[in-house]
Ligand binder design. Sequence first.
Ligand code: GLN
Length: 308
Amino acid sequence: MIDYQKILFEIQEEIKPFMSQGKVADYIPALGGVDPDQFAMSITLFDGTTYHIGCSDTKFSIQSISKVFTFSKSLNIYSKELYNRVGKEPSGNPFNSLVQLEYEKGKPRNPFINAGAIVITDTLLSHYKTTDDTFTKVLDFIKEVADNKEITYDEEVCLSEYRHGFRNLALANLMKSFGNLDNEVEDVVKTYFKHCSITMSTKELSRAMLFLANHGTDPISKRQFSTVNQAKRVNAMMLTCGHYDASGEFAFHVGLPGKSGVGGGIVAVVPKLMSIAVFSPRLNVWGNSLAGTQALELFTQKSGLSIF
Ligand code: GLN
């Protein structure tokens, strides 16, 4: 049997040289003030057993990890139709890039780059009608998959991103000009920022991802949140697009479906076994947690677990 707690202790020691490398996401000023030296890692197994290391109860901004939940939710509603609005190919470009969107006539490559996630938020807004209801439904979904009613968002981070969100507004406006946004730009982008500013700990995130490790059904509560096919798509998307233009790097080094956020979090899934969450705010050049990526690579090396 694998001694997960021992592996986590080893990882905490071995990532120390990486902890000082990289840079916190200060393009969202409220995130720039986060203590950069934090580290946490959590594992949740199918029977509910958990293992943790570091500040695993500290809540941080989940940012783009929220895109896993909004994509899952929108797939529930629209199924295959969704791909008329957003693609399923890696972009090979930074998460907030505008160029490809112009060439490809306002249809984002995938639901995990910002443009794609903004379209997904637009689809949810069309379904739930108001910005408040849309956000509440997204948050409710996260509360349900996490089996935790306490999850909320950080208003300061949300406002800070809105005040400095020129690039996301540009992406949304560009898509609107191509007819790929049905609602008002302001409403869509505000809702997008709000779900990005949801805060969770690694303990909570590793619990919340468990349904995706088990073909869409939470192995603890036995509740089905996605169909088998939908869960397969979300995992495939995490593997191929979850780390933007470093998705190949992540698959190569870690070998698990995963999704990062500029708040410093990364979630990953070991199918049929567990889900993992890691947090360390300093980011690499691609906007993914530097020590977090390293920790996940060490984890798959030491445990021998990977989808390959
Ligand atoms: N809210 C962030 C943004 O739009 C999300 C980016 C990320 O986490 N990669 O820039």
